[in-house]
Design a protein around this ligand. Structure first.
Ligand code: HEM
Ligand SMILES: *[C@@H]1O[C@H](CO)[C@@H](O)[C@H](O)[C@H]1NC(C)=O
Ligand SMILES: *[C@@H]1O[C@H](CO)[C@@H](O)[C@H](O)[C@H]1NC(C)=O
Ligand SMILES: *[C@@H]1O[C@H](CO)[C@@H](O)[C@H](O)[C@H]1NC(C)=O
Length: 326
């Protein structure tokens, strides 16, 4: 009776509200998290990225992809950046295939540390950089939520388990996204990230040389496109890079969807978007309307992706150097 009176008392309700507000685990990301602690943070990041993009525009792809890989393993907490002396970190896992641009993140971090030491997390840097390279590639701008803190663990095996392979079918893709709180629409929208960047031949050569172990070709691939891909990649090529959206691989546009519709998506995971009614309808809508909703949708889904498993409040830490825990 006494207990009941207590929990319905205004005092208890206030206490509960206070608990939720102050509980670090309940802290949330927000746009402009650094507006007081480091007001120039986003401008500093943009400056560095704009400089990098003028000399090395091919880093836009890997830097966009980095945020995706970070978020899908342990959440967006910068674990993708950690070096492991024993080579057992996420970075060392095969799905990292060619992730590049770590030195750009280090450059941004140094610029930020010079102005606001110990304030901006590496996980937030990765998220802001993903937006800035998209904009630099003539893609959409979205407001990046910040306030992430950095994790202290990076795992080779978790990267293997959580990162989807290029040969994933539509059910595996949907389940993989769902496991991270992302839906079917997010899957098709974010796959549009493949409008920029390049791929190693090895990510798709099985499709063109030995699809089912009989020296055959993936039937879902446009047969007229196969000779073109074969001319770029031998069956065992491990080094050549191929434009994923040929002709406009440096421009963030909606032509990825036109490519997928024509059955010229590079990976089985791209082709698979035609195997589900919702993803297929989205692909066709972007083709018919010249991608009129893609830019806005991409920003919305990137913000959602950026919330996966984040550390906030007093969890984790703000790393001093992005490749090392403090
Ligand atoms: C849906 C599941 C996905 C799969 C299976 C997948 C797979 C891949 C693979 C295999 C590569 C080529 C790596 C290489 O061989 O060098 C690649 C490249 C790339 N991916 Fe994805 N990806 C997926 C989703 C995403 C998402 C959500 C984004 C970002 C929003 C993204 C952005 C990129 C970019 C920009 C590249 C080009 C990287 C470069 O230029 O080096 N991907 N992806
Ligand atoms: C990615 O993984 C491969 C091994 O699978 C490793 O040799 C390479 O150094 C890794 N890349 C980076 C940037 O750590
Ligand atoms: C998709 O791939 C998974 C894993 O390889 C497999 O278990 C499943 O049967 C496949 N589903 C379809 C519809 O092909
Ligand atoms: C194709 O794959 C099969 C089964 O894995 C293998 O026995 C065969 O040698 C491969 N053929 C070529 C040309 O690589």
């Amino acid at each position: 009776m006494e207990t009941l009176r207590f929990i319905s008392s205004p005092f208890f309700i206030q206490l509960t509200v206070l608990f939720f507000v102050l509980n670090p685990a309940n802290a949330q990301l927000k746009v402009g998290f650094y507006s007081k602690t480091c007001p120039q943070a986003e401008a500093i990041v943009k400056d560095v990225i704009d400089q990098v993009m003028t000399v090395a525009p091919s880093l836009a792809g890997p830097l966009l992809r980095m945020h995706f890989h970070d978020c899908f393993v342990r959440g967006c907490e910068g674990s993708i950046l950690l070096n492991s002396p024993t080579k057992r970190a996420e970075k060392d896992s095969p799905p990292n295939l060619s992730l590049r641009g770590y030195q750009v993140i280090d450059r941004v971090k140094s610029a930020l540390e010079a102005k606001c030491p110990g304030v901006v997390s590496c996980a937030d840097i990765v998220a802001i950089v993903a937006r800035d390279v998209t904009v630099a590639s003539q893609g959409p701008h979205w407001d990046v939520e910040t306030g992430r803190r950095d994790g202290r663990v990076s795992s080779f095996n978790e990267a293997l388990i959580n990162l989807l392979p290029p040969f994933a079918n539509i059910s595996t893709l949907i389940a993989g996204f769902q496991a991270k709180g992302l839906n079917v629409k997010d899957l098709v929208v974010l796959s549009g990230g493949h409008t920029i960047g390049t791929s190693h031949c090895s990510s798709f050569t099985p499709r063109i040389y030995n699809f089912s172990g009989k020296g055959d070709t993936d039937p879902t691939l446009d047969s007229e496109y196969v000779p073109n891909l074969k001319s770029k990649c031998t069956a065992t090529d491990q080094t050549t890079l191929v434009e994923m959206d040929p002709g406009s691989f440096k421009t963030f546009d909606s032509s990825y969807f036109t490519l997928v519709k024509k059955r010229r998506g590079l990976f089985q995971s791209d082709a698979a978007l035609l195997d589900n009614s919702e993803t297929k309808a989205y692909v066709e809508l972007q083709v018919d309307t010249s991608g009129s909703t893609f830019f806005k949708d991409f920003g919305v889904s990137m913000v959602k992706m950026g919330r996966i498993g984040v550390l906030t409040g007093s969890a984790g830490e703000i790393r001093k150097v992005c490749s090392m825990v403090n």
